[in-house]
Design a protein. Structure first.
Length: 343
């Protein structure tokens, strides 16, 4: 189910980047970008920052950290010119009249899995989705923050299984991946709808949890296949007034996604993780990237964005579907040619 994720070579990315931003200015333009901290959602941003790809294309990007919905709020409030956050947050605020555009994508499947502690009974574990989610009834399930993609996605899965998110499970905000792991280890929660590296650490490294729905491998509901998950947003006025910065950021992210998809660059990626995902063991980083690296790609397809609206409509988060052109800067968003390469 992951064939749509582009597997970009570094050479292909370089060609695409050159077309987007052929001659970077001598003096770097400085901008702030709100991002998640120690979170694989923003791993291509970390790659672009660590390998100086932003600078290569004429932009000095200062990262401003937040968690959950905070990252989108930092951008919307004007405290950062750019924001790297869940596309569903961009669609939601666009539906409310906020003038913003996604200029490049980071992930084409949600980096989310529903996990529970090993000692939690899962009698329907071998049943197909969504029957296996019925085992979540009565459990305490951790999310990052209220309104975050972990929250909206968990509620979607519960409803799909015929459960009432408000009555049949206790949804508990527990913070970032580090505090999610601590909550699982301390038995404060029975399970989690978490973002990486929480799942890989809990299931593969610490061996304290098991997977119920592996959405990163294409499991779960069809609405998440494909799914524009995390992207970089800018206000329309900023794009109009600073087109060279927008093009530079897109070019850097195209190349960063190519680096993530290149198995020969693992040492570079481990160095990136050491700098930006402190406390995450190198073995966890490598295990995650070897399994899920193909989910990283800069192209937001029309179907992937439409699925975001479908998911938000199901949860009554937005009143109407948001058109692709309303939320995507089509003049900047990379696209695939007939060979599957990003352009």
């Amino acid at each position: 189910m992951r064939g749509f994720a582009p597997r970009l070579s570094v050479a292909a990315a370089a060609v695409a980047a050159a077309a987007l931003f052929a001659e970077p200015a001598m003096a770097l333009e400085t901008v702030k970008m709100s991002v998640f901290q120690s979170n694989f959602c923003c791993f291509p941003v970390y790659v672009a920052k660590y390998l100086k790809l932003f600078e290569k294309y004429g932009v000095d990007v200062e990262l401003v950290y937040g968690s959950g919905i905070q990252v989108a709020n930092i951008f919307v409030s004007g405290s950062a010119e750019l924001g790297a956050f869940a596309v569903e947050h961009g669609v939601t605020v666009s539906a409310k009249g906020q003038d913003l555009k996604m200029i490049v994508l980071e992930q084409q499947l949600p980096p989310l899995s529903l996990i529970v502690r090993n000692d939690v009974a899962t009698p329907h574990a071998q049943d197909p989705y969504p029957q296996n989610v019925a085992d979540m009834k009565g459990l305490k399930i951790g999310i990052s923050t209220r309104g975050a993609s972990t929250d909206t996605t968990l509620q979607y899965l519960l409803r799909d299984a015929g459960l009432d998110p408000a009555k049949d499970a206790t949804i508990m905000p527990v913070g970032d991946p580090g505090t999610t792991l601590a909550s699982l280890k301390n038995r404060a929660i029975d399970g989690a709808m978490a973002v990486e590296p929480a799942q890989t650490a809990a299931v593969l490294a610490l061996k304290i949890a098991k997977t119920v729905v592996d959405m990163e491998s294409g499991g779960g509901p069809a609405v998440f296949k494909p799914y524009a998950y995390n992207g970089i947003f800018a206000h329309t006025a900023f794009i109009r007034e600073h087109p060279e910065i927008a093009r530079g950021v897109v070019a850097a992210m195209v190349e960063a996604c190519a680096v993530v998809n290149d198995p020969a660059r693992m040492n570079d990626l481990l160095a990136v993780a050491a700098a930006y995902m402190k406390g995450t063991e190198p073995a966890i980083v490598q295990a995650y990237l070897e399994k899920y690296r193909a989910n990283y790609g800069p192209v937001a397809t029309r179907k992937g964005v439409e699925n975001v609206s479908t998911m938000l409509l199901a949860g009554k988060t937005i009143p109407n579907a948001v058109p692709f052109e309303q939320v995507v800067a089509t003049e900047l968003m990379p696209h695939e040619d007939a060979t599957g390469k990003s352009r």
